[in-house]
Design a protein around this ligand. Sequence first.
Ligand code: HEC
Length: 156
Amino acid sequence: MQYAVNAAAALLVAAMAAGFAQAQTPPLSLVPYVVAGGSIEKPLAAPGNVQRGQAIVLDKSLSSCVLCHVVPDPEHRPMGNIAPPLAGVGARLSAGQMRLRLVDSTLLNAHSIMPPYYRVEGLHQVAPAWRGKPIMSAQQIEDMVAWLLTLKEPPR
Ligand code: HEC
């Protein structure tokens, strides 16, 4: 079972790395960041934009978040529920804790199936055109952090 989960996650990461990078301007290297106390305190880019962040998270083909997570969505699209619902996450986590989870959740939990959205090493089966590029840009990470922080209400 563990194998099946890992294989599915690897395929998903590969598919995402292949497909999602199109939306980015070419970020050829990562903005350096420091992980301390379960958090990345310093923003990776300019302050995030809440509306853009919501659009990124809700766009399945861009981020795939909603394949695994249920998030508050006025249009009630179908979503996956293999991961914790994100309603209320803005009350549970700080900006820095949120940033770390989006950048690379395996830094917190080595077995996490959540894709590392801002990592370039250790990705498998990445198409040559996208090697060396993270799934999301630094600004897209900040935009998502900004929106997630607005989700203060617990799931209903
Ligand atoms: C392949 C499934 C998967 C995808 C895709 C995914 N996640 Fe996750 N996510 C998880 C799992 C599982 C957890 C629970 C912690 C862990 O196992 O790492 C998690 C944890 C989180 C947490 C912490 C929640 C908490 O209450 O502590 C946040 C925030 C989060 N994800 C946001 C996102 C966002 C935003 C996206 C899209 C950019 C995303 N996730 C994509 C599976 C996924």
